[in-house]
Design a protein around this ligand. Structure first.
Ligand code: PMP
Length: 381
């Protein structure tokens, strides 16, 4: 039972077919001969498929190796020396670490906003942070990868634009799950990764709104591909797969979102009823359809996962350089270390079935009960 879609989703059949076809053709998208034009045509098509999903112009899309690179590029290009970066404590490391690196000489140029128990920033605190001089960039994720909690970006964008700051959003977990309308959302920069919505790994994109003022400082220098933003021969099969996944997501979005929400709710209801004391993180906030972060107090997540090898889910801990530490997201939301370490993220998607969910529930109930009994036994009288 694969319930780890937020780590990576299985390829959508249309994306798999498109990648296979592209792998059989030869041609560098920069070459002017027939094969080169064929590759360039495939890339153009993918750009249109993605811009249809996002409601932007295809000229506003830069293909990258994924969201990590897109986040790095966005922050580096939008950062102005001495300007303030405002972000939040629950961002992905690809944003937090980039922001820290850019401001390492002037750490006061970075403002990492705290979040409440639901994982949301306080709009008043955010607006107050804009009163300082020269805010260069706001970077807030559209949905959190661990809890699925969605950020209401409209008021953020309005306040940021009123002081002349740019807004970047890491929409990696949101794109392909819920509709994104970039004309309405009005952010300046948006990052995404294909493998989170059924495309291949190792390819993503950065949306750069036409006309915004950026430093034009690429991460990768070279032959000037992608309008100078990202040098290197284009990953045509990857880009084609991203486009096909975007097209499939555009078609299925609404039906899929309601089907997956029902399955997620079934999973939560069953686990909370059958395992009293467990709770869902961020449950009172607007959330993505297919993810739930559930804490089982008294039962360490690594032991639960080891006791249910047939269920592929993820624990709440981030493992950096081999040193497990509690999830910075859950800690920022106010969980103690023990509860953070007793949290499992289940994430569902386009191929998840009700049968799978029911089997996963049975396995999780058995595993949590078993681990709790073990913990009580070792705790002794
Ligand atoms: N941002 C978020 C919110 C993510 O969940 C991820 C993937 N874990 C990334 C960025 C990075 O994506 P990738 O590893 O595909 O570059």
């Amino acid at each position: 039972m694969y319930l780890d879609y937020n780590a990576t989703a299985p390829m959508r059949p249309a994306a798999l077919k498109a990648v296979q076809e592209a792998l059989h053709s030869v041609g560098n998208a920069s070459s002017i001969h027939h094969q080169g034009r064929d590759a360039a045509g495939r890339v153009d098509r993918a750009r249109r498929q993605l811009s249809d999903l996002l409601n932007c112009s295809s000229g506003e899309i830069i293909f990258t190796s994924g969201a990590t690179e897109a986040n790095n590029l966005a922050l580096q290009a939008a950062y102005v020396e001495g300007g303030l970066i405002v972000t939040s404590a629950v961002e992905h490391p690809a944003v937090l670490e980039t922001a820290r690196a850019l401001t390492s000489e002037t750490p006061t140029s970075l403002n990492v906003l705290p979040v409440d128990r639901l994982g949301q920033i306080d709009l008043g605190t955010f607006t107050a942070s804009l009163q300082r001089d020269h805010v260069a960039l706001i970077s807030l994720m559209l949905a959190n990868n661990e809890t699925g909690v969605i950020t209401d970006l409209r008021p953020v964008v309005e306040a940021a634009h009123s002081v002349g700051a740019l807004v970047h959003t890491d929409a990696t977990q949101y794109v392909g799950k819920l509709p994104v309308d970039l004309r309405e959302l009005d952010v300046d920069l948006l990052s995404l990764s294909a493998h989170k919505f059924g495309g291949p790994q190792g390819v993503g994109a950065l949306f750069i709104r036409r006309g915004i003022r950026l430093s034009q400082r690429p991460l990768v220098f070279g032959g000037g591909h992608e309008r100078g933003w990202r040098a290197g021969t284009l990953n045509v099969p990857g880009i084609v797969g991203l486009g096909a996944a975007a097209e499939a997501a555009t078609r299925d979005l609404t039906d899929e979102a309601s089907r997956i929400t029902k399955l997620r709710d079934l999973l939560e209801d069953e686990l909370l009823t059958r395992l009293p004391g467990s709770y869902v993180n961020g449950s009172a906030a607007p959330r993505l359809p297919g993810v739930t972060s559930i804490t089982f107090p008294g039962a360490p997540a690594d032991a639960i996962l080891a006791s249910m090898p047939d269920v592929a889910a993820s624990d709440g801990s981030a493992c950096s350089a081999g040193a497990p530490s509690p999830s910075h997201v859950l800690v920022a939301m106010g969980l103690g270390r023990e509860d953070a370490d007793a949290t499992i993220r289940f994430s569902l998607g386009h191929a998840t079935t009700e049968r799978e969910i029911r089997r996963a529930v049975a396995a999780a109930v058995r595993a949590v009960t078993h681990v709790k009994a073990l913990m009580n036994a070792t705790a002794g009288p």
